[in-house]
Design a protein around this ligand. Sequence first.
Ligand SMILES: Cc1cc2nc3c(=O)[nH]c(=O)nc-3n(C[C@H](O)[C@H](O)[C@H](O)COP(=O)(O)O)c2cc1C
Length: 310
Amino acid sequence: MGKTTDRSLEVTYAGIRFSTPFLPASGTFGYGFEPANFRALGCFGGLVTKGISFKPRHGNNPPRVRETPCGMINSVGLENPGLDVFISRILPEMRNSGKPIIVNLAGHNVEEFAMMIERLNEYDEIKAYEINISCPNVEEGGLEFFKDVKILKNLLGTIKRYSTKVNVIKIPPDIFNYNALMDILLQDGFTRITVANTYPATFVDVEEMQFYFERKNGGLSGSAIYPITLRLVYELKKDYHEVEIIGSGGVYSAEVAIQYFLAGASLVEIGSVNFVDPNIVCKIKSGVEQYLLQKGFNSISQIVGMLLPK
Ligand SMILES: Cc1cc2nc3c(=O)[nH]c(=O)nc-3n(C[C@H](O)[C@H](O)[C@H](O)COP(=O)(O)O)c2cc1C
């Protein structure tokens, strides 16, 4: 049994080589190159952007974040500088990291997704798109893309037509019939998914006798959600072997990351916990290395999906 090296954490996902199986979850790690992120950057295997839209978006009015005893709720909205600024100012900085870049896309409508993909296709360091199908489709009165089969199929068809990269669909966790959603994705050949986004949640200010957030609802994230998302990862991987999963939900320690790998996630995203400790990924990385060493494995890929029925 040899000492583990960085090589033991190397993962090839959809043909993309990641030096470690850890990614920052969209919207929780800036764009990766900010000074506070310097050390952590070395421990992430790739970068994921905040949701990018065609035009700049201001996001929601404050308050935007609320801690609760069981997770944090955010109502940040899809604040971002828009595609032009992303390409001219942010992408060149991200490129310096030398890491594979995944651009999280949040279009207002199907055409915006198409226009963004067409422009971004030409940048080689962008290896994949993470498509947020929980974002509101403004043309359909704000209904989220995943909530209407016709709209979702239209979006998937457009992505297939325009994208020259790996396409990862980021699914919401609040789906009542995930088989129906998976059937739609698989029919169109989408076998890479991020499981999952935040859980719709709300908070009431009892003093003011009002909802805390202007938009009433936000998304719950953090350690509170991991057992629920973990189950979803396992169920999806069990029922759809061909699907390659990125786990995203409450990963805050090496142990939780390992649970996700054993349940079938090939990569995991680290999200809300970055706000508590921006270098947590390095602790998680060394904890996973220790675990592999103790258990006598040479590579992270040996433990991925170990809990699945043979
Ligand atoms: C402040 C904040 C902003 C987020 N912004 C986005 C976003 O722009 N696009 C997206 O797909 N997910 C977004 N997410 C969801 C995260 O990427 C992640 O999937 C979710 O928070 C679950 O992981 P966690 O429990 O480790 O935070 C955001 C989450 C938080 C807390």
